[in-house]
Structures are given as C-alpha cells and as structure tokens.
Design a protein around this ligand. Sequence first.
Ligand SMILES: [Zn+2]
Length: 434
Amino acid sequence: MKTIIKNAKVITMNEARTIHEHGYVIIEDGVFTAIEHGEPAEEAAKGANVVNADKKWLMPGLINTHGHTGMSLFRGVSDDLPLSKWLAEHIWPLEQKLDQKAVEAARLLSMVEMIESGTTTFLEMYHLHLDDFAAAVEEAGMRATLMRSVIGLCSKEEQEEKLAESLGFARRWHKQANGRIQTMLAPHAPYTCPPDYIERIVEAARQEGLPVHMHLAETRKEIHDYMDEYGMHPVELLQERDLLSGTEWLFAHGVHMHEQHYELLGAHQAAVSHNPKSNLKLGSGIAQVASMQKHGIVVSLGTDSVASNNALDLFEEMRTAVLLQRGINEQADIVTTWEGLNMATSNGAKALRFANLGTIEVGQQADFIMLNPEQAHLHPSSQAVSHLVFAAKGSDVTDVYVQGAPLMKDKQLLTLDKERILKEANEQLRRLQQ
Ligand SMILES: [Zn+2]
C-alpha cells in the first residue's frame, strides 16, 4: 500500500533541520520512502492513495514518555496537595476501587485525547489490566511502550509474584502489533521498592534485554526520607549496587538531583522523561534540564497522569519545558526552540528505544501529524518552528498517522468512538464515587 501526502509544509526534524515549504512524502508499508520538495511525479503517484494536505504543516508525531492512563478518570479530583498527601489521601483510596471497566474507560479517554492533540506514541506505567490495554492499543492503531509497574512494600513472595506478572506481560507483548508495542520492566520508585527488589528487577531486565522505567527524585521530601533511611541519594545507591551500567534506564522526573547525579546518569546513557507541568502542579520543583543536556542525558517529555497535569497535550508540555529553563537560568538559549521540538519527538523515540522513529526521513516509521495553519496564532506562517513551540496547541492538529495508517483525518477519529468514550468515562467515575 502506497500513500502520498502532497501539498504540505514538511518539517522533517532531520539533522539538517530541513523544511520543505511546499513538499510531499511517500509512504510504503508503513515507512517513509521519499520526502521531497515540489509535486510528486505522475509515475510515482500511479496506483497510490494521494492525499492533498492543502498546505497543512506535517511533522513527526509527538511522543509522551511518562504517564498512567489508567488513572485518567481522576482528572481534577484533587488540585491543591503535594505528592505524598495527594497519593495517600486521594489517589490510592480511589485506585482501590478501580476495576476493569473503569480502567478501560480511563484509557480509551486518554487515547482519544492523545490522538486529538497529536501524540502518536506514549508510555503507560501502571499495574492494572495491561493485557486488555495492549489489545486496545493495537486496535486503536497507536504506538506504545507498556509496562506492569510494581510496588515492593510487601512480602518477598508477593514481590516475586508481581515481578513474574510483569515479566509475563513484557514477554507476551514486546515487539507485537507489527512492532508498535514494546515493553519495559518498572519498579515504581526508590521509595516504594526496597534496593534488593530494584536489584532483582534490574537483573531480570538485563536477562530479558528489556529497558527499565522508574520514578526518580520527584520531590525533596522523598530524597530527605531516602537519605535518612539509606544515607545516600537513590542515584548513588543505584551506582553503588552497579545497577546503572548495562541497563537501559528511563527515569521519570529527576527533579531533586545534583550535578554529580546528572553526570552519573549521562555516563550510563540513561534517559530522563521530564514532566514539567506535573512537577509544577504538585509543587515538586523544576528539573535541571540544562544540566541533564550538558551531561549527555537524553531528555524527553512526559505528561504524567491527568490527575496531576490535567492534560495530555504535549504542545503545552514542550512550551512549559522550554520557558521554565529559560526563566530559572536567566538565559534565552539555554534550551533552544529546536531542542524543545526534539524533546517531544526524536528524543522521545530514543528514550523509549524505538528504532527508526521520531523524524520524517527515508526509512523511518511513518508516524506523523498535520496541523491546520490557517489560524491567527500561527500567522505570519513563515516561522513555523517557532510557532510549533511557542504558539501551537494540541487542538491545531487535524490529522494523525501511525505506521502510515490514519487514526484521525480532518479532525475525525477513525479508530475510536469519541462520543461513546466520553459518555462512558463520566458514567464510570460516577459509579466509582457512589
Ligand atoms: Zn508518574
């Protein structure tokens, strides 16, 4: 199957930062086979499905590298608390009530929101009903990294059971759905998983060749408590136990760390998912993205769950990330406009270890989005890259493709029933709160 999208402004995000003001892309078997300036030759268009983009902007799909879509019914349930109280008093009690139907409703709602705002790939770290979700992701046509996360504040037997469950899921779904689904192992956090358990999980991940995802240094309180208990920062403990080397790490947050910690993560090719809005909403702090970049850490973007955000719009996340670093460092180029776009696209692919993803180039997976530029906040239209970072909104996205297949066309979702999903999400939350 061959598709041609013509008459588009193509923002390739390649090394040379090529932008075709009037260009086209050719997709065959889910992969880009040509990206060119001008109009496709008649010969190339023969037998192809030709789509006229009508001057829309075409760019790589956005990649959300940290989240918990299973919690999406909790959007806005508690707005003014720090992480520890927010979790213990509101989120964990509600989670006790979550059942298969509620989690399914939450996740379908999230997929609608992500596709509508231009996210093509996302990470889900959660403990409930992952097999159902993997099947739903496959059906919806999205790309995802999924993991059954574990909390180790329990007996050794229970820890082993949870790990076995995680491993079973990871093995069943890794590289499934035509390569669109990958898996990781995921100890929830150093404060919820004792060091021996993290070590056990990392060993299993090394054996299976799977990356590991974990919350890290999200709040100052968590680090204080950890220092009291173990006498060192969690990054130092990971290093002392030799858990950083030989492991493909993706950490979420990394807010409360010192220069030497960023240096250690960089030296071990770790990636960090930066979640600026969630960190701000919970009053957790601001991660030192500039320090991460200086030490060679791959910095990608995440939203965390909508309970601490409240949106899954990566355009907002990208803008917040860039502006925050400039403000706290009092330096306008500390994180450049291009670096902001990279965080939301190619760095996301690197962080999730998806090969051939995150740019519009020949041989890359054809995951891309189109935006309607005919709006006042995107004009004059000559500075598209600046507008994408500083002015664009998720609602500007009109078309979404993953592996060359359309998930949304002219704002119409093709694989999900939005009306039914919104209704169901409300009904399920009402049921939980009864
Ligand atoms: Zn999280």
